[in-house]
Design a protein around this ligand. Structure first.
Ligand code: DGP
Length: 113
């Protein structure tokens, strides 16, 4: 989708700090980090949110999840990390292209799950 900012980032039309890419998945650092380490993992295909995951496209979401421990290991996140996907207005989703936030680099505490 040409008007989707994350589609354009995955396509290389908008610069980003890439951490991983393959045929299906793109990962890059969040522009507004909420923790010392904060990156986003997205499918290259446009899926608007968790609400649009179905039997037909769930393998793409799984591919996103598969790369998270690989990136975490490369970044040395041995202390752990938190994975969040905001879905819809109440969750504060601002970019309507499925993405998984990965937060780490400090003790994140026990609040908010
Ligand atoms: P959410 O609220 O879950 O939809 O989070 C969207 C995130 O995307 C937010 O943490 C900021 C990040 N973001 C938005 N625009 C850009 C951008 O152009 N580049 C990068 N790297 N991150 C972006």
């Amino acid at each position: 989708m040409s008007d989707c900012i994350f589609c354009r980032i995955a396509a290389g039309d908008i610069p980003s700090a890439c951490l991983y890419e393959d045929e299906h998945v793109y990962a890059f650092r969040d522009i507004n980090p909420q923790a010392p380490v904060h990156f986003l993992v997205i499918p290259r295909a446009h899926i608007a949110s968790m609400d649009e995951i179905s039997a037909e496209n769930s393998a793409l979401a799984a591919k996103c999840l598969e790369v998270i421990p690989k990136i975490a290991a490369r970044l040395g996140l041995s202390g752990g990390y938190r994975v969040i996907s905001n879905c819809g207005a109440d969750a504060g989703q601002t970019v309507f292209h499925l993405h998984f936030h990965v937060l780490a680099g400090k003790s994140l505490g026990e609040r908010l799950v």
